[in-house]
Design a protein around this ligand. Structure first.
Ligand SMILES: [Zn+2]
Length: 332
């Protein structure tokens, strides 16, 4: 005998079957209220492919930057203002620097710096990053304060770093899954390569705050004092075991809709979805902005930039090329 668990959804919105239409380049917020879980699911196709293809990255670098982009959409899409969320890493591995810039409500741009001579077969994301740190900056505009969160990277991947960040800084029990893949589809001119990605963020947000603390490390305890035995909340144990069953292929499958994936995971408890946010790859660079940046350089540095009687600036995010005459670049 089984009861219909969907009755537990006390939403204003009517209960309906999950849509089977896949939507790419979107973040789908959801809630499993029976377990006090909230989350977001990102699926990316053309926008991700646009960013990664412009740079022609080696596959492992593209995959790592793709993971950073998905993580950024999972974190940045919760911004409720016209702000900016910037995720960057600075490390000693083959990929020494990467940056993802999300401008609310939907604009994304990103790039990575890497040393091709240090790339080897079989390096995972943690090895590609190496040791260093990950910084997340929330910029709410010129009149607002900037907020920056820092997490050490120590050979782990971006999922590990996100868990660490939420545990230490936000004190919210959180699990993150990230997946990036390459798809080859047949076409008139032979198979076409495309990047795809998906990710999920799951957080335990019970109404009683003492329940949320159960997952958290009690911190340092005086010597001789036993660490309190912390029993994890059943709802969070269940949430973690459910997200652990999500396979990479499910996160990136172009034919599996996000709603169907959520339903597959949480149908026994009932899951409610909220309006999705769409994403697009768009750089915010412009000739005016580059020109203004040039004016900030010292005169000598500007003079050093002149080659073949012109100053050429390439945007690292989108590879757009801006050309200036020495006069336009402010070189006397
Ligand atoms: Zn640009």
């Amino acid at each position: 005998m089984s009861q219909s668990p969907d009755i537990k959804i006390t939403a204003e919105a009517p209960i309906r079957a999950p849509s089977s239409v896949p939507v790419d380049d979107a973040v789908l917020p959801f809630e499993v209220s029976a377990l006090d879980l909230r989350g977001r699911l990102t699926r990316m196709g053309p926008a991700l492919d646009d960013i990664l293809t412009k740079h022609d990255y080696p596959a492992p670098v593209g995959k790592l930057l793709g993971e950073a982009i998905v993580l950024t959409t999972l974190l940045g899409s919760s911004l409720k203002f016209d702000g900016r969320f910037i995720l960057q890493t600075q490390t000693d591995g083959p990929v020494s620097f990467l940056i993802v810039d999300f401008q609310a409500p939907d604009r994304l741009r990103a790039y990575a710096r890497y040393d091709a001579t240090k790339l080897k077969d079989g390096q995972d994301s943690g090895t590609l990053l190496g040791k260093g740190h990950l910084a997340m900056t929330v910029d709410q505009g010129p009149d607002m304060s900037r907020y920056q969160g820092l997490v050490a990277l120590d050979g782990g991947n971006l999922e590990d770093a996100a868990h660490e960040y939420f545990l230490r800084s936000e004190q919210i029990p959180t699990r993150v899954r990230l997946a990036v893949g390459e798809e080859w589809r047949g076409g008139g001119e032979g198979p076409k390569h495309r990047w795809r990605a998906g990710g999920m963020l799951l957080q335990f947000l019970p109404k009683a705050p003492e329940r949320a603390r159960q997952d958290l490390d009690p911190g340092d305890v005086p010597e001789g004092v036993e660490r309190p035995e912390i029993e994890e909340d059943d709802a969070w144990v269940e949430g973690q075991s459910l997200i652990a069953t999500v396979e990479d292929v499910e996160l990136i499958d172009p034919d599996l809709s996000g709603e169907r994936l959520l339903y597959r995971l949480f149908h026994e408890r009932g899951v409610r979805v909220f309006p999705q946010l769409t994403l697009r790859a768009q750089c915010s660079c412009s000739r005016d902005a580059v020109s203004a940046m040039l004016k900030n350089f010292a005169a000598k540095d500007r003079a050093d930039m002149v080659k073949d009687n012109k100053v050429v600036v390439t945007c690292e995010f989108c590879s757009s090329v801006y050309e200036f005459t020495p006069q336009e670049a402010g070189v006397e």
